[in-house]
Design a protein around this ligand. Structure first.
Ligand SMILES: Nc1nc2c(ncn2[C@@H]2O[C@H](COP(=O)(O)OP(=O)(O)OP(=O)(O)O)[C@@H](O)[C@H]2O)c(=O)[nH]1
Length: 774
C-alpha cells in the first residue's frame, strides 16, 4: 500500500513504514535466536556441532556493536550470497588433513567465531591439541554470546525512542543548547567549565508522567520503577550534583514535561520519544569516555557543539575523527555565533575544518551544519531565530531518519550475518554427517563376516575348552579309581619286604606291617595326586594353546580389548596354587589312622565257617581244629572218610594219632606261617576299614573335584576372554549404529536448518532498512 496517497504527513508515512519494518525485523530476530537455540541444544544433547577450522581466530573478532552506519545494501547482498553458496566439505573419520585443506577454501564465519586466545599454532597442531568436544563447547559459548546480542537488538528494535548525544568542547554552550531546544532553563550552565557527568533529559511520560531527577550510581542496574537503583534529587540540587558530583553518580536522568504542541516538542513529537544527553565538555580526561558513550548502540544521533569563537579545538578534532568512524554523519551546531563579528569568515573556516574532519557531514552540510546562538532561546521568552528554527526542524528530521539506520539496519545486517554463519555450519555438518554415515556403512558391512567368524570360533573353542576339563577329570577319575582299587587288592604284597623277626617279635612285625601298609597306601594316594597334577598341567597347556589361537584371531584389534589378559599370564601367576589344591590335608583315611594291632591279627580264624585254624590249636576230639588251614581240614575229613571202614577201637586210635599229628603239624605250621597270617589279617582289616569309609571313592571324588576346580577358573577366564572379545565387537557395532543414527539425525537437522535459514534470509533481505521510503 502506498501511504503517500492517503493524505498522511511525511512524518506519519515514515513512522508507519518504520513500525512495519521494526515489527518484521523484531520477529526475524526472534526466529534467528530460535535457530541458534536449536543448534545449541543439538550441540549439547545430540551431536557435537562441527566447526570450520579456518574460522577459529586467535583473537575474537566481535561483530557486536560494529559500525552501524556502515551497514550497506551491498554488504547485506554479500551476506545473502554467502548463505546461498555456502560450500560443502569432504570430511570423514580419518580425513582430518583433508578436512583442514577443504576448510581453507571455505567462506569465513562472520559472527559465530570461537575465541581461541590460548591457542597459537597451525591447524595441524590444532587437531591434536583440541578435541572436537572442546571446539563444540567454544562454539556453544559463541552462540550464547550471539543470542545475548540478539536480545539487545530485540530491545533496540522494539524501543521507539531515540537518543541524541550532545557533546562538544568545554563551555561551548551544550547545556544552554539543550535548554534552548526544551525552551526551559533545566540544565545548569556557567561561564566556567562545569558539567561533570552525563545528564539525560527525557519526557516525563517515561516516569509515569512525574517530573523527577534521578541521580544514578550504577547505570547498569538502573530501573526507573525501582527506587533503590537511584536517588531522587531536587532541581535546586542539580547544579551541585552536575558541577561537583561529590556522591560520584554515574549519570543523571531528568524527567520533564514539555507542554508544547507535539509538532513543536522534540521530547514528545507525536511519533517518537527523543531524549537529549548532555555530556561533560571534551578535554583530555573526558574524551575517551565521551567517545565510548557516542559509540553506544542506543545513540542515534551525535550533535557536536562547536564554540564559534574557538572553532574546532584539538579535542574536538580528535572526537570528530573518532566518532566519524562509528557514525559517518555528525550533526554540527556552531554556537555562540552571536559573538562573532566576521560571521562569513568564521563560517568558511569552520566549514573547511568540517570538510577535512568529516567529509560525509560536509556533503550534507545544508542539513547537518548550523550556526546559531543558543543563549537567545533560553526560557522560550524570545521567538526563535530563523537559523534556530531551521536547525531544530533539521535535527528532528535527521533523528527520525537516522532511526532506520541506527536501529533497523544493524539488526538486519546482524541477522544476515548470523544466518550466513548458520548456513556454512549447516553445510559443513550435513557433509560431515553424510560422510560418517558412508564410512559407518562400510565398516558395518566389512565387519560382519569377521563378527560372525568370531562367534563361530567362540562356540567351537568354548566347547573345546569344556572338553578339556571333562576329559581331564575323567582321566583323573579312572586313574585314581583303578590305581587305588589295585593297591588295596595287592596290599599284602606291599609289605613283603618287611623282615619276619621271629615269633617272639611277632608284635613288632605286626606293627611294621601295619605302618608299612599305611605308608604304601599314602604313597599310592600321592601317586594319584601326582597324576592329577600332570593332567592339570596338560589341560593348562591345551587351554593356553587355545587362548593363543583366540588372541591371534585375525583383525581383532587388541587395543580395543586392553582388559583381556592372555591366559598364559594368569596361569603362570597362579600355578602353585592350582597344584596345591590336589594335595591331601592330614591323613589319607580316618580309620587307618586309628587302626592298631589286634590279637586276632595273629590267628587265622574264619568265623564264618566256624573253623579255627591257628598256630596254637590242637583238640582233635572236639572237632575244633587248631593250627590248620583249609587243606588240613580237608585232609582230615578225607581221612575220616577213609577211616569209616575201620573198627571203633582202631578208628579212635587213628583219630588220636591224627589229632596229635595235626597238633604237632599245626605248631610247626604256626612257626612257619605266622608272618603271612599277620600280613593277611592286617591287610584284611585295613581293607575292611577302608571299604567301610569308601576310601577309593573318596579319593577318586576328591581328586576329580580338585582337578575340576584347578582347571575350571582358566576355562572360565578363557571363555570370558572370548566373551569380552565378542562384547567389544558388539559394542563397536552398537557404537557404529548409534553414530549412524545420530549422523542421520544431524543430516536431517542441518538440511532442514539450511532450508529455513535460506527462507528467512530472503525475508530479512527484503526489509529495506536503509531506505525509509521504499
Ligand atoms: N554569547 C553566547 N554565550 C553563550 C551562548 N550559549 C551559551 N553561552 C554561554 O556560554 C557559557 C557556557 O555555557 P554552558 O551551556 O554551560 O556550556 P557547556 O558546554 O554546557 O559547558 P560545560 O558542560 O561545562 O563544558 C555560559 O556562560 C553561557 O551563558 C550563546 O549562544 N552566545
Amino acid at each position: 500500500m502506498d501511504l503517500r496517497n492517503h493524505n498522511f504527513t511525511e512524518d506519519q508515512v515514515r513512522e508507519r513504514i518504520f513500525a512495519t519494518k521494526s515489527s518484521r525485523l523484531y520477529n526475524y530476530l526472534l526466529e534467528t535466536k530460535r535457530y541458534l537455540q536449536c543448534v545449541r541444544g543439538f550441540n549439547c544433547s545430540k551431536w557435537p556441532v562441527r566447526y570450520p577450522l579456518d574460522n577459529i581466530s586467535s583473537r575474537f573478532i566481535s561483530e557486536h556493536g560494529s559500525n552501524d552506519s556502515a551497514a550497506s545494501s551491498s554488504e547485506n547482498s554479500q551476506d545473502l550470497q554467502r548463505i546461498k553458496r555456502s560450500s560443502s566439505f569432504i570430511y570423514g573419520l580419518d580425513h582430518q588433513q583433508n578436512y583442514i585443506d577443504e576448510l581453507s577454501a571455505s567462506s569465513n564465519l562472520a559472527v559465530l567465531r570461537v575465541d581461541l586466545r590460548f591457542w597459537h599454532g597451525s591447524n595441524n597442531d590444532l587437531m591434536g591439541s583440541l578435541e572436537q568436544s572442546s571446539i563444540s563447547r567454544l562454539l556453544e559459548e559463541s552462540i550464547l554470546n550471539t543470542e545475548r546480542h540478539i536480545d539487545k537488538l530485540v530491545l533496540r528494535v522494539a524501543d521507539t525512542s531515540s537518543k541524541i548525544l550532545v557533546t562538544g568542547d568545554l563551555n561551548a554552550g551544550k547545556s544552554t543548547f539543550i535548554n534552548a531546544l526544551l525552551r526551559k532553563d533545566i540544565l545548569p550552565s556557567d561561564q566556567q567549565p562545569c558539567t561533570m557527568i552525563f545528564c539525560e533529559v527525557l519526557n516525563a511520560s517515561k516516569n509515569g508522567n512525574k517530573e523527577e531527577i534521578h541521580a544514578i550510581k550504577n547505570i547498569s542496574n538502573y530501573d526507573v520503577t525501582n527506587h533503590s537503583t537511584y536517588d531522587i534529587i531536587e532541581h535546586s540540587e542539580l547544579e551541585d550534583t552536575v558541577f561537583e558530583n561529590e556522591k560520584m553518580y554515574q549519570q543523571v536522568k531528568i524527567y520533564t514535561k514539555d507542554n508544547r504542541d507535539s509538532n513543536d516538542s522534540l521530547l514528545h513529537n507525536g511519533n517518537v520519544d527523543i531524549s537529549l544527553i548532555d555530556s561533560p565538555g571534551l578535554n583530555r580526561d573526558s574524551i575517551k569516555t565521551t567517545q565510548l558513550f557516542a559509540r553506544q548502540e542506543e545513540i542515534d544521533v551525535v550533535v557536536f557543539v562547536v564554540n564559534a569563537e574557538n572553532h574546532f579545538t584539538l579535542s574536538g578534532q580528535e572526537f570528530m575523527a573518532s566518532a566519524g568512524k562509528e557514525k559517518a554523519h555528525i550533526f554540527v551546531v556552531v554556537n555562540r555565533f552571536d559573538a562573532i563579528k566576521r560571521k562569513e569568515k568564521c563560517k568558511a573556516m569552520i566549514m573547511d575544518q568540517i570538510s577535512q574532519l568529516s567529509p560525509e557531514t560536509f556533503e550534507e552540510a545544508d542539513n547537518l551544519v548550523h550556526f546559531i546562538s543558543a543563549r537567545d532561546m533560553v526560557s522560550g521568552s524570545v521567538k526563535p531565530s530563523h537559523e534556530f528554527e531551521e536547525m531544530e526542524s533539521r535535527l528532528k528530521w535527521w533523528t527520525l531518519e537516522q532511526r532506520f539506520k541506527s536501529k533497523l539496519a544493524p539488526a538486519q545486517r546482524y541477522i544476515l550475518k548470523v544466518l550466513g554463519d548458520l548456513a556454512i555450519i549447516s553445510d559443513e555438518n550435513t557433509s560431515i554427517a553424510s560422510n560418517i554415515i558412508k564410512e559407518i556403512n562400510i565398516a558395518l558391512k566389512s565387519g560382519m563376516p569377521l563378527y560372525e567368524a568370531l562367534l563361530e570360533m567362540r562356540k567351537a573353542m568354548c566347547k573345546e575348552s569344556e572338553t578339556i576339563i571333562d576329559s581331564s577329570c575323567a582321566k583323573v577319575k579312572s586313574h585314581t579309581e583303578g590305581h587305588l582299587s589295585t593297591t588295596l587288592s595287592n596290599l599284602e604284597a606291599s609289605v613283603f619286604k618287611v623282615e619276619w623277626p621271629g615269633l617272639f617279635s611277632a608284635i613288632n612285625y605286626a606293627e611294621d606291617v601295619l605302618s608299612g601298609m599305611a605308608i604304601h597306601l599314602e604313597h599310592e594316594v600321592l601317586e594319584c595326586e601326582k597324576f592329577g597334577r600332570s593332567i592339570i598341567t596338560n589341560a593348562k597347556k591345551e587351554l593356553m594353546s587355545l587362548d593363543k589361537k583366540r588372541f591371534e584371531f585375525e583383525n581383532i584389534d587388541k587395543e580395543d580389548n586392553p582388559s583381556i589378559r592372555p591366559l598364559e599370564a594368569t596361569i603362570i601367576e597362579s600355578d602353585s596354587e592350582a597344584m596345591d589344591s590336589l594335595t591331601h590335608i592330614g591323613g589319607i583315611s580316618n580309620g587307618l589312622d586309628t587302626l592298631g594291632i589286634h590279637l586276632s591279627d595273629f590267628f587265622d580264624i574264619d568265623w564264618s565257617h566256624l573253623r579255627v585254624t591257628g598256630s596254637l590249636g590242637f583238640s582233635a576230639g572236639s572237632l575244633v581244629l587248631f593250627g590248620s588251614k583249609m587243606s588240613n581240614i580237608n585232609s582230615l575229613f578225607n581221612l575220616i572218610k577213609v577211616s569209616t571202614n575201620l573198627s571203633p577201637r582202631v578208628f579212635r586210635g587213628v583219630l588220636m594219632l591224627t589229632a596229635c599229628i595235626m597238633g604237632a603239624g599245626s605248631i610247626l605250621y604256626m612257626f612257619n606261617e605266622t608272618d603271612a597270617v599277620i600280613r593277611r589279617n592286617i591287610a584284611k582289616r585295613i581293607k575292611s576299614v577302608l571299604e567301610e569309609e569308601s576310601f577309593v571313592g573318596y579319593h577318586t571324588d576328591r581328586l576329580t573335584t580338585e582337578t575340576n576346580r584347578a582347571i575350571r577358573p582358566f576355562v572360565w577366564q578363557f571363555q570370558s576372554n572370548f566373551q569380552r572379545m565378542v562384547e567389544a565387537e558388539e559394542r563397536k557395532r552398537a557404537d557404529h549404529l548409534r553414530s549412524r543414527h545420530l549422523s542421520q539425525e544431524a543430516q536431517m537437522f542441518f538440511d532442514d536448518l539450511k532450508a529455513k535459514v535460506n527462507e528467512l534470509a530472503e525475508k530479512v533481505y527484503a526489509v529495506n532498512a536503509n531506505d525509509s521510503f521504499k
